[in-house]
Structure formats: C-alpha cells, structure tokens
Design a protein around this ligand. Structure first.
Ligand code: CA
Length: 243
C-alpha cells in the first residue's frame, strides 16, 4: 500500500483529500505546515512514497520545503498544489524540484490520476530496471537500464547519475524525461510532446517548466552546462539528445 503525505493548512481540504485517498486504498498522513512535514519525513525514513505539497503554507512555503527536501537528498515523488492563474508558481515549483503540479481548485479525479501516474512511473522505472530483458515501452525501443554518456553513468535502477567525483540523485520525473530523450536520441523532440508523453499533461499548459528540467539535467550530464554537447536546444522546437 502506498503511503502519501499531504501538506496543506486548509483543514477541510486536507481532510477531504485524506478521506478520498484512503477510499482509494492509500495510507495517508496530513501535516498542516512545512516544518512538521520536514520533521515527519525525516523521522519516517523512506516510508512515505509520495508527497502532495501545497504552495501556500504558514511558515515555510511549499517552495522552501521542496528545496530543503531535495537538498537533503529526499527524492520522493512530489505533486505541488499551486494557486490558480499563477504560472510563475509552476515554474518556481519545478525549479525547487517538484515532479508535477496541479492548480487549485482541482478536480479530485485529476488529482487521483496524477498521483497514480507518479507512483506508477516510479514503480515502472524500478521494475523495468530490475528486469534484465525488457520489451520496452509499447512499440518504442527499450532503453538500456544503465546508460553511459560523457563519462557519466545514468542508472535508471537506482535513479542516479554517477560522475567521476559526484553522484546526482534523480527525481522520478527527471529520470523519466531523460529516459524519454534517450529513447528518441538524435531526434528533435518538442516541449509539447515531452509534456504529453512524460507528464501526461494534455491540456494547454505552459511548456517552460521543461526548460527548468533541461537546465538541471545539463548540470548533471554536461562538462560545461552552458555549452551542452548532449542535451541540445533545437530552436523553435525543443530539445535533442545525442549520446
Ligand atoms: Ca494552503
């Protein structure tokens, strides 16, 4: 059973979410502010599988909580709840390390779908990494579980990129995006295709968050992130990965 931590100070919303997520078979914890969420996550080790994190919180806001978790090496999948009509919140959320976001107010069915998607992608990543022979994702060619590029080892099993002197842990969505680009290597991939295929976002969404992910991936993969040799920008389209 997956365990989900909800960080939300609006009590009626938090309790409504708890009720519905428990009805779906999840185990649910609720924290009303960022500090207690950080404490609970620290105390629980890796027992929590997914975080639903509101941006507007008393004390530390969701961005600070997110950034602090990633700094401490906590890479659990995180869905951020942002205020409606604030695209800058979405960008800030992705910059701080969130995997996905949902603007408030949201439909419960969509929240459940996003949560299910994040958990499934993580399971799929770990399971497909464990299986030595994989048929791949539908009709796409199977990407190797361990991929070497530019003197780094990308390990989709452990969700990390190992460089000579440093190891970079990957979030689920960083790993999924990188895997997607590797599966489409030497092809220009549009931002819209990435959002649709990696995030499962079909509505008309701001595609700029993709650029934040690419900036992060370049930091892990490129010797000189300002002059990338593998994660290339394709002007007017999106990006191209070349090994
Ligand atoms: Ca709130």
């Amino acid at each position: 059973m997956s365990r989900i931590l909800i960080v939300e100070d609006e009590r009626h919303l938090a309790e409504g979410l708890r009720f519905n997520l428990e009805a779906e078979g999840y185990q649910v914890d609720v924290c009303e502010d960022g500090e207690s969420a950080l404490e609970l996550l620290e105390a629980s080790g890796s027992a929590i599988d997914l975080l639903v994190l509101d941006v507007m919180l008393p004390g530390k806001d969701g961005f600070e909580v997110m950034a602090e978790l990633r700094r401490e090496g906590q890479y659990l999948p995180t869905l951020m709840l942002t205020a409606r009509g604030r695209p800058e919140d979405v960008l800030k959320g992705f910059e701080s390390g969130a995997d996905d976001y949902l603007p408030k107010p949201f439909e419960l069915a969509i929240l459940l779908a996003r949560i299910g998607g994040l958990l499934r992608r993580r399971e799929w990543l770990l399971a497909s990494a464990a299986a030595k022979t994989t048929a791949g994702d539908g009709d796409k060619p199977a990407a190797p579980q361990v991929f070497e590029v530019a003197g780094r080892v990308i390990d989709f099993g452990t969700l990390e990129i190992r460089a000579e002197s440093q190891t970079f842990p990957l979030t689920v969505m960083e790993a999924n995006l990188l895997r997607y680009l590797i599966q489409h290597q030497d092809q220009a991939v549009s931002r819209k295709a990435m959002l649709e295929d990696v995030w499962g976002v079909r509505e008309d969404t701001d595609t700029r968050p993709i650029d934040n992910f690419i900036v992060r991936l370049r930091r892990y993969l490129e010797d000189d992130p300002a002059n990338p040799k593998h994660l290339l920008t394709v002007r007017g389209v999106g990006y191209r990965f070349t090994p």
